[in-house]
Design a protein around this ligand. Sequence first.
Ligand code: NI
Length: 254
Amino acid sequence: MLFDTHAHYNDPAFDGDRESLLASMPEQGVARIVDPGCSLESSRDVVALAQRHDHVFAAVGIHPQDCGDFTPAQLEELRSLARQPKVVAIGEIGLDYYWADNPPREKQKEALRAQMALAQGLDLPVIIHNRDAHADSLEIVKEFPEVRGVFHSFAGSVEMARELLKRGWMLSFNGVITFKNARKAPEVVAAVPLDRLMIETDAPFLAPEPYRGRRNDSGYVHLVAEKIAAIRGITPQEVELATWENANRFFGLT
Ligand code: NI
């Protein structure tokens, strides 16, 4: 059974077929999905989505791109959302220095630190988005030694991966590792212990080859498992089993 640990079904790309597509996932072999919110509004949406589908779980958080007006009042609303049934993590949260018009770096760090503290208080894992902010992300991870988390769509170096692994963190990979120009990620995939890997789609984005450029959905997550298997020289079934167990353990699911 496959576990897609990161997909955004609240995205408008799914407005035409969201419920039927999600309902089809167990028969496609995808038995569990975590859908992380990126704002208060989308966090509310994914909590509701998880209520409608047995195999869907939610994470709540404010993405660095959406943290421009982050306030303590928003944190309190996240706290109450995080206590709803089937909320398994705080995310997606993090730092994104790629886009010039993103909120200022200091604001992003403030929102990330506040949400790390929230996760610590609630004893929930975190889902981290990190783009072009490796050093600052790692620095904040080190400030919260009690918080466990995953770097989703991990794009750092083997050295950075080792720093995170040493602290008990997980790394998650998606269709990016199947792209022809992917270099660093396959190197990391080969170096990470199998019990620290998770798989995801990041749907509707980043569809794996040979579907690159199309709308992505959890039905393609097996292609990520197959690519990991090819890189590591093991069977897709071994990757499927390990990532299923890893994700359930990480999110506290039985
Ligand atoms: Ni995402």
